[in-house]
Design a protein. Structure first.
Lengths: 252, 216
């Protein structure tokens, strides 16, 4: 396990890779150099801080501290999903509920089936993976719903005029939003091992774990993410769509 | 005669911009009222207020003696059905559109009923599986109309539904509307069409958001 050592010197050399990306960006006038620098600095600072925090949490192994870390992860994921909502009322609360349910339900199932143990070293990274994938799925679903309610306004109005309930008038849009939200997870499940060797599996193999064990973990992660993105986007979409209407069952 | 709709001092002024002012109107069951007036005078808005697709800023609209606000909207909209000017069909095929009125009522799909409805507006039964993208404007308008009539409403609100149709198609639509009217349906129609205005049973004119002239 300890054969994998990334020294500070090695990391400093890896900065050359960032410089290559920066040079390409400047030469081609893409205009992303500022975002790229901010991204690199944030990644280094955030990961360093999280590294120390995780080390501490794993060392002290307290239930409340693990719970707090999971809560912070879920809160941040909801904040980010809310940014994609583009004006959907109560999007933060909806995202918080959807991501919490997806994360906690999936973790509960994993713990109850002894797939993971309730220790900080397993619960925190698994929560991060679930919350982040749910966040992306919900963000995409929000974007799809906003676009569809805008582009298909006339169709929704006609369904309402025919006497449809809000659910009946929105069904097609909600289903399409859930499909959009889940598409990256499903695509990734379809291509895992063929196109991508996912981070968790690669990390375990890098760290010297037997590849067959790493693959078993990855299969579990794939199933877990499918369940979590599905739960998260379904909850978010079904709570969010009524926000596009007013109390008189008219489109806002 | 029994009153089916009553409009009492209805105003519509979203964000302070007046579109309809002080509309008072009593509509009897089985009436056929034609609304006319210049573009932008508020005719479509009036129908949309009656259809509950918009809410009056002030005033009350009553249906069978009960204020609209007290009635469950989906059920009301099935009884007081609004047909759009230049409607858009949804889904992929004509079937998707004709199946919708069945599905929202949890009513089993009836192919025969849908085919009869198509025939009533002189559209081929085979058209039921036609992609909506292959339909002409007139065909789309007729499919949209029968979508409103598969389960006949008590009041039919027609917003310039014959605009852009050729004379044969217009005649076909007129015959269909007349037959439902004869069976007791109340019809409120907005139009600019001279022949429809000339043939109107009761003609009301809206100008600048007000009901100005009445010709019985």
């Amino acid at each position: 396990m300890n054969s994998l050592i990334v020294s500070p010197t090695a990391l400093a050399f890896a900065v050359v890779l960032v410089l290559i990306a920066l040079v390409i960006n400047l030469r081609e006038k893409i205009g992303l150099e500022k975002d790229m620098l901010i991204g690199v600095i944030r990644a280094v600072v955030q990961l360093t801080v999280v590294g120390y925090v995780l080390t501490y949490i794993i060392k002290v192994d307290r239930l409340w501290l693990t719970g707090l870390m999971v809560a912070i992860i879920i809160f941040n994921a909801a904040l980010n999903a809310n940014k994609r909502a583009n004006g959907i009322p109560h999007a933060f609360a909806i995202s918080l509920l959807a991501i919490s349910t997806a994360t906690l339900l999936t973790i509960a199932l994993l713990v109850l089936t002894h797939s993971v143990r309730f220790t900080p070293s397993q619960i925190v990274p698994v929560s991060g993976m679930i919350a982040s994938n749910s966040m992306v799925a919900i963000g995409l679903a929000y974007r799809s719903m906003n676009a569809s309610f805008h582009d298909q306004r006339q169709g929704v109005l006609e369904r309402l005029a025919l006497g449809a309930t809000l659910k009946q008038a929105s069904n097609a849009i909600v289903r399409s939003a859930i499909r959009t939200g889940m598409a990256p997870t499903i695509d990734s499940a379809k291509t895992v091992g063929i196109v991508s060797l996912p981070g968790m599996m690669s990390g375990l193999i890098f760290a010297g774990v037997d590849p067959t064990k790493a693959i078993m973990y990855q299969i579990m992660v794939t199933f877990m993410l499918l369940a979590a993105t599905s739960i998260g986007s379904v909850i978010a979409c079904y709570i969010a769509y009524p926000q596009f209407y007013n109390v008189d069952l008219q489109l806002r | 005669m029994t009153l089916i709709l009553t409009l009492d001092q209805v105003n519509y002024a979203p964000q302070g911009k007046t579109i309809l002012s002080d509309i008072d109107l009593e509509i009897n069951e089985n009436a056929f009222i034609t609304f006319t007036g210049p573009s932008g005078s508020g005719k479509s808005t009036l129908l949309r207020l009656i259809a509950t697709l918009l809410t009056p800023t002030s005033g009350v609209i009553k249906y069978q003696g009960q204020p609209q606000a007290m009635l469950p909207k989906p059920h009301y909209r099935q009884e007081v059905s609004y047909c759009f000017q230049q409607p858009s069909l949804f889904g992929e095929t004509v079937r998707d559109n004709l199946a919708f009125p069945f599905s929202i009522r949890n009513h089993p799909w009836s192919q025969k009923r849908a085919e009869q409805a198509l025939a009533s507006v002189e559209l081929s039964e085979a058209m039921i599986d036609a992609p909506i993208t292959s339909l002409s404007g007139g065909e789309k308008q007729r499919v949209a109309l029968i979508r409103n009539l598969l389960f006949p409403p008590k009041v039919l609100l027609l917003d310039e539904v014959t605009t852009g149709l050729d004379s044969d198609t217009k005649d076909c639509v007129h015959r269909l509307i007349a037959s439902y009217h004869q069976q007791g349906m109340t019809i409120l129609m907005v139009t600019h069409d001279e022949t429809e205005i000339a043939a109107a049973e009761a003609l009301l004119e809206i100008r600048g958001g007000r009901l100005e002239a009445k010709h019985e």
